[in-house]
Design a protein around this ligand. Sequence first.
Ligand code: HEM
Ligand code: HEM
Length: 176
Amino acid sequence: MTHYSKRVVIAHWFTLLLLVAAYFLGEEAAEARETGEALGVSGASIAQYVAHSLAGGAVVILTILRLFFRKTDGVPAPIGKGFMDKVATGVHHALYLVLFLLPFSGMMIVLNSPIAKAILGGDPTLLPIKFHGSPAHELHEILVNVLFVLVGIHIVGALKHQLLMKDGLISRMWFK
Ligand code: HEM
Ligand code: HEM
């Protein structure tokens, strides 16, 4: 086996698209909420929270499917056995962990704030104005930053293989 299976490849790149969408939708909801703070209302809408939660929730579903595809289809042998290859594998494991923890912490924000009530009751006046001291909100923000750092390392590693080592690593995560 020289390449990841087609469905693992689709899941890998589709996860990237969903993460970009979830990131911007999350930032948009937070910024909109803050615009209302001075007036004592939330500037965000129910639709913004629902859109963000759906994009983030889809990440978990896709990750579960991806791990299932990975197990049933198999994966190519590691490209090398050196120290940096072990670091790369560690980064992959950490990425999978964050793909679960980040949406989970998002769900915790919704469940531990009036957002769930606002969505279920269709009442935007219930939406929170501030999140000060909310551990779930803080954790969610920290995990977004952790994701950024891990993806950054992952991309630098992929580019090092592709451009310096010229071993065609990226084609392993592309269609044959
Ligand atoms: C992997 C997917 C996710 C990413 C990349 C992501 C990203 C973000 C970002 C960038 C913010 C803005 C943080 C800030 O500046 O305050 C945010 C806020 C938030 N996210 Fe997520 N998120 C994800 C998944 C989820 C899920 C699944 C849910 C809920 C089920 C969720 C619920 C929230 C809520 C409620 C906020 C607070 C918005 C506010 O401050 O008003 N997130 N997210
Ligand atoms: C421009 C962005 C990206 C590039 C160029 C890229 C490239 C690659 C490549 C070439 C591989 C195969 C490595 C190998 O054969 O050993 C791979 C695997 C992997 N990528 Fe990415 N990737 C990107 C974004 C992401 C993102 C956003 C995530 C998740 C948050 C991610 C998570 C993973 C994981 C977990 C693996 C390991 C696959 C496995 O064995 O299960 N990647 N990536």
